[in-house]
Design a protein around this ligand. Structure first.
Ligand code: NAP
Length: 247
C-alpha cells in the first residue's frame, strides 16, 4: 500500500525505539515505501541494518548517544519524519503501574518521566533542527490515551499517565515554537491503540481479541494519520483512527 503521499519524496525518516514492537513495525512499513530512501533505526538494544535501514544506538540514560544519533543522519540531508516510538510502563518488580497513591515512590516515578517525557524531549532538541524546512516534515512521539487529563475517569497508573501528560505538554510547546519559523513542520503525539507488545503484555487480560492490534496494523494506521495531518493539527495528540484525543 502506498503511504505518505502528502510528503515530498525522496523521504528520509528516523525511528527512535526501533527495537520495540511498534517502533519495529514503523521501520518495516517505511522500508516498504518506494518513496522512502533511508530509514534510521535507533534503539537501546542493538539492531541490524540493511535494505534502506541504518541502525544505531540511542539510550535515554546517555544524552551523548542522542546527539551522536542525530549527527549520524546529517550527512544524508534533511529528515522528513522523526518518530519517537520508545516508552516505558513497567520495568521489573520495582516499577509497576501504581494502583494507589500508597504505591507512589520517587525512583520509579523519576524513571517513568526519564523514558516517557525527558528522553523524547531531548530527541526533539537534537533532531528538530535536522527536519526539512521547505516541505512537510513531522516530529511525532508515541503518547497514550491514558495521558489525557480530561479523559481520565479511572485513575491509577500515576507515573505513566503523568509522564505521558507531560510529554503531551512538551509536544504542544514544541509545536508553538516551531510554527514561528518552520511553517510546514508538525509536532504531534500519537495513541497507537492497545497493541500486542512487551509493554502491554501484562495488561492484555481484559482486552478483547479484536481490540488488541498487531504492531504492524497500528503503525500502518498511524502513518496514515500522519499523512492526513496539516500544520493546523500541530501540537495535538491523535489516536490510530485519526480522532483527536483531548488534553
Ligand atoms: N502497546 C500498547 O498497547 C500501547 C498503548 C498506548 C501507548 N503505547 C506507547 O507506544 C510506544 C511504544 O510501545 P510498545 O508497545 O512498542 O512497547 P515496547 O515493545 O516495549 O517498546 C518500547 C521501546 O522503548 C525503548 N526504551 C525503553 N527504555 C528506553 C531507554 N531508556 N532509552 C531508549 N529507549 C528505551 C525500548 O528499547 P529496548 O527494548 O531496546 O530497551 C523499546 O524500543 C510507547 O511510548 C508506549 O507508551 C503503547
Amino acid at each position: 500500500m502506498t503511504r505518505l503521499k502528502s510528503f515530498t519524496p525522496p523521504l528520509r525518516a528516523a525511528v527512535i525505539g526501533a527495537s520495540g514492537s511498534i517502533g519495529g513495525a514503523f521501520v518495516g512499513h517505511l522500508q516498504a515505501q518506494p518513496s522512502v530512501t533511508q530509514v534510521y533505526a535507533f534503539s537501546r538494544s542493538p539492531l541490524a541494518g540493511g535494505n534502506k535501514v541504518i541502525a544505531g544506538p540511542l539510550d535515554y540514560d546517555d544524552e551523548t548517544s542522542i546527539i551522536a544519533a542525530a549527527e549520524s543522519t546529517r550527512a544524508g540531508g534533511p529528515l522528513d519524519l522523526v518518530i519517537v516510538a520508545s516508552g516505558l510502563l513497567h520495568e521489573g518488580p520495582d516499577l509497576q503501574p501504581e494502583k494507589s497513591y500508597r504505591m507512589l515512590a520517587g525512583e520509579p516515578l523519576a524513571r517513568a518521566f526519564q523514558v516517557n517525557t525527558i528522553g523524547p524531549a531531548l530527541v526533539a532538541r537534537h533532531f528538530l533542527p535536522l527536519l526539512a524546512r521547505d516541505r512537510k516534515a513531522v516530529f511525532a512521539a508515541l503518547s497514550a490515551r491514558v495521558g489525557s487529563i480530561g479523559d481520565n475517569r479511572l485513575g491509577g497508573w500515576y507515573g505513566y499517565r503523568a509522564a505521558k501528560a507531560a510529554l503531551n505538554m512538551m509536544i504542544r510547546c514544541l509545536a508553538i515554537e516551531v510554527a514561528r519559523n518552520r511553517k510546514q513542520t508538525l509536532c504531534v503525539g500519537l495513541h497507537p491503540g492497545t497493541v500486542d507488545s512487551a509493554l502491554s503484555e501484562p495488561f492484555q487480560g481484559g482486552v478483547a481479541d479484536d481490540k488488541l492490534f498487531a504492531p504492524e496494523r497500528s503503525a500502518g494506521h498511524l502513518l496514515d494519520v500522519l499523512d492526513a495531518l496539516t500544520p493546523a493539527d500541530s501540537g495535538k495528540v491523535f489516536a490510530w483512527d485519526g480522532t483527536e484525543i483531548p488534553s
